[in-house]
Ligand binder design. Structure first.
Ligand code: KG4
Ligand code: ZN
Length: 362
């Protein structure tokens, strides 16, 4: 009996290798996640208190084929069942991105299926559609990760407007640097959050930079310096209290500016994305504020907030359904922005339209 799925080609592969997590995911043709394999390299980087790019790319290279095998097995499919492959092309570490992109392009070439490039930041936003497929724009997005703290308004899936962002450190970076000051392990977000569970968030009143201003920008570097000086002056101060107070200040700033963006735009739906959106206190404050103000707050599942391949597959799958085509010549871009990706998409749509216009009308 022939396998009825043999030529159906209705499964979609996602690959994520932008930083220190190797991820491979499989979606079915309804966008459901059938496999989401992830291998963290934290153990190799923790001794250096941060990600070492050379180690990161080597580890991706050593493990990606194992994750591909695992993902196909978990999804109960074979290579022949794949209809497309999405891969993160940036932003991220060049060497790490290249491992994923070379792998994705090779798979696409061998199977003669489209290679769809994905912007990692847009992937983080799409993590929300994994949990909440019915989520519809317009909404405000707080994209808050290790390298980014930005506010956007998503008016339509392909119309995303920048509203404001950090003028110095990202919130995730503030967590990571704060943890280093407190002697807590990398990555700082989860370790500060854990230490803070036992602490008093009102123990130290840290500054809330730019809080009172009307702008939608953030600043975290002064907060980190305030923590450094406080701990130098009070070396025996309980780490749990310092961690809780520091987390309280970061999350306060994020909440104030995000809801200010809601007020300024009139959008009453707030969507959180990126690693820091896993933070328990941030989620609690957002949910409470949303209910007080008559807004709704949306988050990915905690495990989908940090880097993973399912969010990349979901964003790529959306592009494919909306007419994205095989892009074998695309390359990695370590400083890719959402604006650059949207501009490229617009250009390629315009080029396609022009090509269609040139076709003879029968
Ligand atoms: O999105 P992500 O996995 O990678 C980037 O694209 O940057 O975010 C990683 C960042 C790190 O800075 C990490 O400390 C932070 O997210 N993070 C958290 C939590 N989990 C991860 N920050 C606060 N609370 C958490 N629970
Ligand atoms: Zn990320």
């Amino acid at each position: 009996m022939p396998n009825p799925r043999a030529d159906a080609r209705k499964y979609f592969l996602g690959i994520e290798t932008s930083c220190d997590d190797t991820g491979v995911a499989v979606l079915d043709d309804s966008g459901k996640v059938l496999a989401n394999e992830l291998l963290s390299q934290i153990d190799f980087h923790q001794v250096f208190n941060g990600v070492v790019p050379e180690i990161a790319s080597r580890k991706h290279f050593e493990t990606i084929h194992t994750l591909l095998d695992r993902a196909l097995r978990r999804a109960h499919i074979t290579w022949k069942d794949l209809e497309g492959v999405a891969c993160t092309i940036g932003p991220g570490l060049v060497g790490s991105l290249l491992v994923g992109v070379c792998t994705g392009k090779a798979i696409a070439a061998a199977l003669k299926i489209p290679f769809i490039p994905v912007n990692h930041l847009i992937g983080h936003i799409y993590a929300n559609f994994l949990t909440n497929p019915d989520l519809k724009p317009p909404f405000i997005i707080l994209l808050v990760s290790g390298g980014h703290t930005d506010l956007y308004a998503m008016i339509a899936p392909e119309e995303i407007r920048y509203l404001g962002g950090t003028l110095d450190d990202a919130a995730g970076e503030a967590f990571d640097k704060g943890a280093r000051i407190l002697g807590l392990p990398y990555p700082g977000g989860p370790s500060i959050s854990k230490a803070a569970e036992e602490g008093n968030p009102l123990a130290i009143r840290f500054p809330r930079p730019l809080k009172k201003e009307d702008s939608l920008d953030f600043s975290f570097s002064g907060l980190k310096t305030a923590l450094l000086y406080y701990m130098k002056k009070h070396p025996d101060f309980p780490v749990s209290d310092a961690a809780a107070s520091y987390q309280e200040a970061i999350t306060d700033i994020l909440i104030e500016k995000t809801f200010l963006a809601g007020r300024q735009t009139g959008f009453r739906k707030i969507v959180f994305a990126g690693g820091v959106s896993a933070n328990r206190v941030l989620r609690k404050k957002a949910t409470e504020r949303a209910s007080q103000w008559g807004y709704t707050a949306h988050f990915p599942n905690v495990e989908d907030c940090t880097d993973n391949a399912a969010m990349i597959a979901r964003a790529g799958w959306h592009s494919l359904l909306n007419g994205a085509v095989h892009q074998p010549n695309v390359t990695v871009d370590s400083s890719l922005t959402i604006e650059k990706t949207l501009a490229t998409m617009k250009d390629s749509t315009a080029a396609k339209t022009q090509e269609n216009d040139k076709r003879p009308v029968r």
